[in-house]
Write a protein that binds this ligand. Structure first.
Ligand code: DGL
Length: 269
């Protein structure tokens, strides 16, 4: 695969755009092909088998676009399916959980880290595992926040209902003296303002997207796959549900005048 091929970035919906945005900022010459499985979102309560099957379908689709590398911009797929899918791939693939664990371990001072994520990510125990490998003295406290994803998909980023849910979900973690909180679902960085207000200044929020973009840059460099083309490469967007809602959401998140997306039937892959 040539260095000017695109990078495939995918998520269960719109949340992965937060990772795509970090990649665009860190690697402005790279072309991204984004897929959001908007018809089947949320993945967060689904079984390992289902999430793995969906991940394999998305990868098969992205491989038809001859991508040179893949980024799973979804914690749930990274936690449940990355291990399985990477075995059969001939191009590099990274997820967001390992970079997120690394970023948070660098930030914590009192060695008490909170992780908020989907039910499946929390019960996989993967954040606890990676942070334990980095520093076994760090205590990791997880909390599933299943309603955050639909609130984001509905565009309720700043809303009294979202604030109320954040209070209910985060109250327990705040009282356990965490100084760092991993936004362990790619949808949650879109709720940063609300979450920051609820947890207060003493807690640093960690968005795994930045460390993921950094890891991707290192990976492309080491594989001699960094793009050589001029900046402002044009990106492509694909979704499994209707394009209209996605297009306006994506333009807002990515600060672009307009985004054009195409619908595809992912079950066919
Ligand atoms: N964006 C996904 C994640 O990072 C999950 C949201 C969902 O599909 O439940 O885990």
């Amino acid at each position: 695969m040539g260095h000017d091929a695109a990078i495939g970035v995918f998520d269960s919906g719109v949340g992965g755009l937060t990772v795509a945005k970090a990649i665009m900022a860190a690697l402005p010459k790279e072309r991204i092909i984004y897929f959001g499985d908007t018809a089947r979102v949320p993945y967060g309560g689904k079984s390992r088998e289902t999430v793995t099957k969906y991940t394999e379908q998305i990868i098969r689709f992205l491989l038809t676009k001859e991508v040179k590398a893949l980024v799973i911009a979804c914690n749930t797929m990274s936690a449940l399916a990355l291990d399985t899918v990477e075995k059969n791939l001939s191009i590099p693939i990274i997820g967001v959980v390992k970079p997120g664990a690394l970023a948070a371990s660098k930030v914590t001072k009192n060695k008490r880290i909170g992780v908020i994520a989907t039910e499946s990510t929390i019960s996989s125990g993967l954040y606890v595992h990676y942070i334990g490998q980095i520093d076994p003295e760090i205590e990791v406290l997880g909390k599933a926040c299943p309603l955050f994803c639909p609130l984001v998909e509905e565009g309720m980023l700043s809303d009294p209902v979202t604030t109320e849910m954040a209070k209910r979900y985060l109250d327990g973690l705040i009282h356990q003296d965490i100084d760092t909180l991993i936004l362990g679902c790619t949808h949650y960085p879109l709720l940063t303002e609300t979450i920051a207000e609820v947890v207060g200044k003493q807690v640093t929020l960690v968005n795994p997207a930045y460390e993921t973009a950094k890891e991707l840059k290192e990976l492309l460099k080491s594989e001699a796959l960094l793009a050589q083309q001029p900046e402002n490469a044009s990106h492509s967007f694909y979704v499994s549900d209707s394009v209209e809602k996605f297009q306006s959401f994506a333009a807002r998140i990515l600060h672009l005048d307009a985004v054009s997306a195409e619908n595809i039937h992912i079950e066919e892959y």
